[in-house]
Write a protein that binds this ligand. Structure first.
Ligand SMILES: Cc1cc2nc3c(=O)[nH]c(=O)nc-3n(C[C@H](O)[C@H](O)[C@H](O)COP(=O)(O)OP(=O)(O)OC[C@H]3O[C@@H](n4cnc5c(N)ncnc54)[C@H](O)[C@@H]3O)c2cc1C
Length: 378
């Protein structure tokens, strides 16, 4: 039995970013079922940071986190992010949604501006405009394309520098009380600590039930991505992340190899699992891109799915379980877990270790209660 101060379950962005900070306060181990960190949601994301997702709390957490993405890389390590504009587009009957999004974006990103009609094609030349197409958009020049691998690796480095460790191929299969400790069993080793952090992503409710803690009612929703080749001779590298304001639309963005990555923004309820794309959703992705643009898709070069896991109120959760001392929830990162991870890790460190509540969070009106698991059990 290995005795520790903190056991963190799950080596996705939530678990690792919190681990990098919590490890500074005592011996910490991160247990990951798979053979590599980021195998599930954190490695399957579109990795973008913008204000076109979530409500007020998510926007505030994103605004705080952007400081970390804008910072120059540490030493000779790759940057966590690079600037890429975001363009939100609306059809004639969606202008109210665009107005709301304009106000939200401007509140956090003062350089954002309205783009009307045909001018959308100066930015993304394939977009359909006019009566059957898009009528206006909001261009936010200060959005970021994240690098999930660089983010995971930076957090693993910080975890190790603080004396902590990551154990892969370590599926947690039992959790029980042993005096004041939680005892966590994996096939290779058992671990004991007063504090466990449940950062198991789509499996966070499963982990809670394993520990005899009331689940939160988390819902994993599957999302699908396709990779396509842009029209011959068109360089897409300067295109923004382009997203419809309507959820029944799509988003697309350039990816490193000169190709385009696109999603129909599907949200199919799922059990926690190794999510795989289905043919119908892949076809829907291609159809929505073709309907909205002049792109003719001949071949889908690559496709994948992942789970976005939401709490019942669609806001993230960080805090101790009201019904189990030492059991810390870090869950419900939905479709914004990468872009909010620096701020969420800051909150998790303060709440888990009893540190003073960070000024950055307080200044945005975020309190421990805002993130608490108690909101589902009261
Ligand atoms: C298609 C798609 C697009 C997305 N786009 C964006 C985006 O543009 N921007 C953004 O910010 N976010 C985006 N997201 C959301 C983002 O990916 C997630 O919010 C984030 O990755 C969640 O991180 P996590 O650490 O909670 O979960 P995960 O990365 O899934 O990590 C949880 C880990 O826990 C481990 N685990 C579970 N059970 C056990 C056990 N019993 N024992 C040991 N380990 C266990 C799992 O193996 C897993 O590695 C997207 C997601 C998807 C699927």
């Amino acid at each position: 039995m290995r005795k520790l101060d903190t056991i963190i379950i799950g080596a996705g962005i939530a678990g690792l970013s919190a681990a990098a900070r919590i490890a500074r306060h005592g011996e910490t181990v991160v247990l990951e079922r798979e053979s590599a960190p980021g195998y599930h949601s954190s490695g399957r994301s579109a990795t973008f940071c913008h204000f076109g997702i979530g409500g007020g709390l998510v926007h505030k957490l994103t605004a705080i986190s952007k400081t970390a993405f804008a910072a120059p890389p540490e030493g000779d390590h790759p940057p966590l992010a690079r600037r890429m504009a975001a363009l939100f587009i609306a059809r004639a009957d969606e202008m109210e949604k665009l107005d709301t999004l304009e106000a939200t974006t401007l509140a956090h990103s003062p350089g954002a501006r309205r783009i009307e009609g045909e001018a959308l094609r100066d930015i993304v030349p394939v977009l359909r405009t006019g009566a059957d197409g898009f009528g206006a958009g909001i261009l936010d020049p200060d959005a970021y394309k994240l690098d999930s691998d660089a983010m995971l690796q930076a957090n693993i480095r910080a975890l190790r520098e603080a004396g902590g460790s990551l154990v892969t191929d370590a599926p947690v299969n039992a959790i029980r009380r042993g005096g004041e400790d939680w005892i966590v069993d994996t096939p290779g080793e058992s671990y004991a600590a007063k504090r466990i952090v449940n950062a198991a992503g789509s499996w966070a409710d499963v982990i809670a039930e394993m520990a005899g803690v009331a689940p939160l009612g988390l819902q994993p929703l599957r999302r699908t991505i396709i990779v396509i080749r842009p029209p011959e001779g068109i360089d897409v590298s300067g295109w923004p992340f382009t997203k419809t304001v309507s959820e029944e639309g799509f988003y697309m963005l350039p990816e490193g190899s000169g190709r385009l990555l696109a999603s129909p923004q599907d949200e199919t309820p799922s059990e926690p699992c190794d999510a795989q794309p289905d043919e119908e959703t892949v076809a829907l992705a291609a159809w929505r891109v073709e309907q909205a643009t002049d792109i003719e898709i001949r071949r889908i070069e690559h496709k994948w799915s992942g789970l976005r896991t939401f709490a019942p109120d669609k806001n993230p959760v960080a805090g101790y379980a009201p019904d189990a001392p030492g059991f810390f929830w870090l869950a419900g990162q939905g479709g914004f877990g990468l872009q909010t991870s620096p701020a969420m890790a800051m909150a998790a460190e303060a709440l888990a270790t009893g540190l003073h509540w960070p000024e950055e969070l307080a200044a945005h009106g975020i309190s421990p209660e805002t993130l608490s698991a108690k909101r589902f059990t009261a």
